[in-house]
Design a protein around this ligand. Structure first.
Ligand code: CDT
Length: 328
């Protein structure tokens, strides 16, 4: 039997700081309806899809920021999204700010905050939860930056690893995995998913369209190139389809990049958004393509060499190499 699924990247235009949850939820429901109308079985929304990209705003006391988080899913405010998913029979990736009252590594139960994405099944059940591992930015207010990026203040590092789950999508069992935004730039994250035979990596992002650090590393015109380079390489090297979905456009004066894409296991872009607004792009994904990569050049069991990779899981920062000494 052919294993083909139809996937939609549901890009969101900007969400202003003052915009209410009800307005955003209505936009999400409309995109779900459009996706269903266009034959999609999977819909992928951006990172932190229910709010503005709030880590650009500093608050002294984190409790003041609770309105940007969900204490549970579904919550009364997000129930219409779950209702639409059930009504339309969709599988959906949703990124949001999560508040969890749970034990930390010392065993103490406390209020914790994560940058989270869930995959919701057509029944409305959550089949996979992932908490962002690679948190960019800084923890304290920066006096040198033009724009704050306070993810390290708002969120704890995700503690659920990189889960992959096999779940039915429109009658086909598919190996589903997730990343969130900055994770896409880290090959280790993709390989964690690849080692679990992932077939569809869903990832949402909020990426500023201009370099706000001003240290010359990344010219503005390279921003989108680096995003696509990372997603295309991740898909190719792990023999998986990928859907990278932006929150795009101008949020309260700050530009976010668009260019949401659907990528195949050869690393080719199959479909791409062309606006910075709410926009759907749809593609049919033949999962046999994953099998091809997994059984040939990226047959991990046959070709990976663990004995040569010790540094990868034991060393964080890079170190200087020994200096070559010419023979006397
Ligand atoms: N949200 C998020 O993780 N954004 C970061 C911005 C880094 S600036 C290049 C990203 O990796 O897209």
């Amino acid at each position: 039997m052919k294993r083909v699924i139809t996937v939609a990247a549901a890009q969101l235009g900007p969400i202003q700081k003052a915009e209410g949850r009800d307005v955003v939820v209505a936009r999400l429901v409309r995109l779900l309806e459009q996706a269903h109308h266009r034959g999609a079985q999977v819909v992928v929304f951006p990172e932190l899809a229910l709010t503005t990209f709030f880590p650009r705003w500093y608050v002294e006391d984190l409790d003041e920021a609770d309105a940007w988080f969900e204490p549970s899913l579904p919550s009364p405010a997000t129930q219409p999204v779950f209702d639409a998913i059930r009504r339309l029979g969709l599988t959906c990736y949703l990124g949001y700010g999560e508040i969890a009252h749970e034990a930390d590594e010392t065993g103490v139960v406390r209020k914790r905050r994560f940058n989270t994405a869930v995959v919701i099944a057509p029944s409305g059940e959550i089949v996979l939860k992932y908490r962002k591992v690679h948190l960019p930015g800084h923890k304290e207010f920066s006096t040198v930056r033009k724009v704050q990026h306070l993810e390290k203040r708002y969120f704890e590092v995700g503690n659920l690893g990189f889960p992959v789950v096999r779940a039915p999508v429109g009658g086909v069992d598919v190996n589903l995995g997730t990343l969130i935004c900055n994770d896409r730039r880290w090959p280790e994250a993709w390989r964690e998913l690849g080692l679990q035979q992932v077939e569809l990596v869903m990832l949402g992002y909020n990426t500023p369209a201009v370099n706000q650090e001003n240290r010359g590393f990344e010219a503005n015109h390279l921003r989108n190139f680096h995003s696509q380079l990372s997603i295309q390489a991740g898909c190719y090297q792990n023999a998986t389809f990928g859907v990278g979905v932006a929150k795009a456009g101008n949020e309260d004066g700050f530009e976010l990049m668009g260019h949401s894409i659907i990528v195949n296991p050869q690393g080719e872009i199959m479909a791409m958004a062309t606006s910075c607004a709410d926009e759907l792009v749809v593609a049919d994904c033949d999962l046999a393509m994953c099998e091809l990569g997994r059984t040939t050049i990226f047959n991990f069991a046959q070709h990976r060499r663990l004995e040569a990779y010790a540094r990868i899981a034991t060393q964080t920062g890079s170190t200087e190499p020994p200096v070559w000494q010419p023979a006397r």
